[in-house]
Design a protein around this ligand. Structure first.
Ligand code: FUL
Length: 692
């Protein structure tokens, strides 16, 4: 049995590894290795992980064709940003605390954002700057000016190139790689996307399907070029990857998250590889830390129709805590629009996100006035000094660290770091606080790795201790910090189902929700939300998040006017309830070419308007464009109340309110789409409500 050396950053290791992966009969016996032989990261991998949050920019012809994957036959003439400003992108990234930026120099459609010598399918044949422009140049200059690291994405899959799938393309790909790695300064990360062949134009006049095996590419040659031209550049993707995908594009790493990984042919056949990437392997034989790539919008590229789906502040906070806070690195995508600028909604959101993170970690409550001790091992103080390079090492595969705050402290965040240059070791740990009379466990966890951050309901502690219960080798703890993060500055969400079941959703997991139903302003003396409750008919619900220390968030207020309990939607099926269920994520769709929906209220109601929300799915269907609202008292003879057009609804499929000229009294309501977006024939609606 050969032992694996642990310097995966080197090309030698990578070549060895690739050979090893192909070697028949190789089995992973890592658990038999002594602790000092646990896989260790290269300096490059440690420095990369310390960046913690970096940015992705997806911008190309797809931006102009409103698509996510092009076919490769798009004319370069389509690429024509009117106000392209890479400095704006990079400045936003910098202000959002992102330390490097990776630009899609070439996506799967093959269009090059730089004037490559090797193809005409690039900016040089676009109207932008009369073909004289170079986006990669402007982008890299902006990064240099503003002090951010430059990263590039170069898609191996190329739907435009005639030789794709044949040996010639490999040479073309390497030539392009050389161009990019030679002409734009120091590149910190190169991204080779795993998406690999499929429907494309491939230099002919029709579409073809090319399915390409991963070993088609000359990974050895590619790796050599990267390490020769950019020795400090880390590789994402391909057989020579030095970092791994986290297994999803939703932005979360597994709660248990090892930076170690098994050779690809040693994965557990009974568990999906995505899950294994999401958790890593405790017995993994090489160091392959994860990168969590996720977009601020549903798509990677800009689509005006997703302007209302920019991730919320609570969603972005969850993404941070579930990536960086779980031993991964966060790669957050921004999508410049057709102008070549990042939309103000996106920039405002990512800046608010960073401000919120800064607030969460403003003041470490471990300071010089605290006293430190450990049950075993070296100086405890080294774990509490916020210096990554000094660490406490236990004398066995378990240990205990204690901090005495000297006074009562309220805490709701715990940040731990292992000294990963010597490997990742902790398998399980727990945290206790001293409540004045005894120790009380308040958190439990599995892995720590480079960074683990736990969020929890605030506790008041005079002392705290961390118990490392189990580890692969004597643990080395670099950092223990505690914080008291403020409440998230957003209101809770209030929804009501058709039969009156009210839900209040707290976006801040650390806070309780208090609510009133009598119009008064809720405080800590109001009812504490303990789960969904029945409250039908006319009611105003006000709710607020309050932390245990009394800090309050913004108040939410929702007025419900009509009970929907007796409402019936034409054609009684389960589907119809989706129109009235108060859940914006589910939609009702008409049958066949049905463009209208009829609601029977069960009795005549007086109302002065309606509100409707179109289908909210990623690719919404059945969005009404022109409409008519009709009323009836017998469900047979109809009277038109109002008709009109929803402006810009395709790009902004949000709540739309239709007010009548005067209130009506009616038992039946018909909402008819006289035309639908994109000429569709079947109406789809997420919600419909009456205005009194
Ligand atoms: C995926 C690609 O197919 C997407 O278009 C996007 O670039 C994402 C980051 O990686 O594999």
């Amino acid at each position: 049995m050969k032992k694996i050396t642990h310097n995966p950053g080197s090309i030698v290791f990578s070549l060895f590894l690739a050979a090893l992966m192909l070697a028949p009969g190789f089995t992973n016996k890592l658990t038999a290795l002594p602790p000092e032989d646990l896989p260790k990261p290269s300096t490059l991998q440690v420095d990369w992980q310390k960046l913690e949050t970096i940015a992705f920019i997806h911008f190309s012809v797809n931006t102009f064709t409103d698509s996510e994957w092009g076919y490769g036959n798009e004319s370069p003439e389509l690429f024509d940003p009117t106000q392209l400003d890479c400095r704006q992108w990079v400045k936003i990234c910098k202000d959002a605390g992102l330390k490097g930026v990776i630009l899609t120099a070439k996506h799967h459609d093959g269009f090059c954002l730089w004037p490559s010598k090797y193809t005409g399918h690039s900016v040089k044949n676009s109207p932008w700057k009369h073909g004289e422009g170079d986006v990669v140049r402007e982008f890299s200059d902006a990064c240099k000016e503003l002090g951010l690291k430059i990263g590039l994405y170069l898609s191996p899959w190329d739907c435009n190139h005639a030789e794709y799938g044949k040996p010639g393309y490999n040479e073309y790909f390497k030539s392009q790689l050389r161009e990019l790695l030679t002409n734009y300064g120091e590149i910190f990360e190169i991204w080779f996307d795993g998406a690999n062949g499929g429907r494309g134009y491939y230099g002919t006049d029709s579409l073809h399907v090319r399915k390409i095996p991963g070993d088609y590419y000359d990974w050895d040659g590619i790796g050599k070029i990267v390490k020769e031209l950019q020795p400090n550049c880390i590789i994402h993707g391909g057989a020579l990857a030095e970092i791994r995908w986290v297994g999803n594009e939703e932005g979360y790493a597994g709660e248990t998250h090892w930076s170690m990984f098994r050779p690809w042919d040693q994965l557990d056949k009974n568990i999906s590889s995505r899950i294994q990437m999401n958790t890593g392997h405790e017995d993994g034989s090489f160091w392959l830390p994860s990168e969590t790539d996720v977009s601020v919008r549903p798509g990677w590229y800009y689509h005006a129709s997703e302007d209302h789906q920019v991730k919320s502040l609570p969603q972005l906070m969850d993404i941070y805590y579930e990536s960086v806070g779980r031993n991964s690195l966060l790669l957050l995508n921004l999508s410049p629009d057709k102008r070549g600028l990042i939309h103000p909604l996106d920039s405002a959101r990512v800046l608010a996100w960073r401000e919120e993170l800064d607030r969460d970690f403003e003041k470490n409550l471990v300071n010089d006035s605290c006293r430190f001790s450990s049950g075993n091992g070296t100086h405890a103080r080294d774990a509490f000094d916020s210096n990554f390079d000094s660490y406490w090492q236990a004398s066995g595969n378990f240990g205990q660290l204690e901090v005495d705050f000297g006074k009562e402290q309220e805490i709701n965040r715990l940040l731990l770091q292992e000294f990963i240059p010597e490997g990742q070791k902790v398998r399980s740990f727990a945290a206790d606080y001293w409540n004045g009379s005894g120790w009380k466990e308040f958190q439990k966890g599995t892995t720590i790795g480079y960074k683990r951050i736990l969020r929890f309901q605030a506790v008041k502690a005079t002392k705290m201790r961390i118990r490392i219960e189990d580890a692969l080798a004597p643990p080395m703890i670099s950092t223990v910090e505690v914080y008291h993060a403020p409440i998230l500055p957003v209101p809770p969400g209030i929804t009501r189902e058709q039969h009156g079941l009210v839900r209040i959703i707290s976006p801040d997991k650390d806070a309780d929700v208090y609510y009133t139903t009598d119009g008064s302003v809720p405080s800590q003396t109001a009812k504490k939300y303990a789960g969904p409750f029945m409250m039908d008919g006319k009611v105003t619900i006000k709710a607020v998040m309050i932390s245990s220390s009394g800090a309050q968030g913004e108040m939410a207020e929702k007025q419900f006017v009509f009970s929907k309990a007796d409402w019936r939607v034409g054609g009684e099926t389960v589907e119809i309830t989706k129109l009235l269920d108060g859940n914006q994520a589910t939609s009702w769709f008409g049958g066949g070419d049905q463009k209208e929906v009829v609601i029977d209220f069960g009795k005549p109601l007086s109302f002065s308007g309606i509100s409707m929300l179109p289908d909210q799915s990623r690719h919404p269907k059945g969005i009404p464009l022109n409409y008519a609202v009709l009323i009836s008292n017998d469900g047979k003879t109809w009277e038109k109340v109002v008709s009109g057009e929803f402006q810009n609804i395709m790009n902004n499929p949000n709540w739309r309110k239709i007010m009548f000229f005067q209130p009506v009294n009616s038992r039946f309501l018909k909402f008819e789409a006289t035309s639908l977006v994109n000429g569709q024939k079947q109406l789809g609606l997420a919600e419909l409500e009456l205005t009194d």
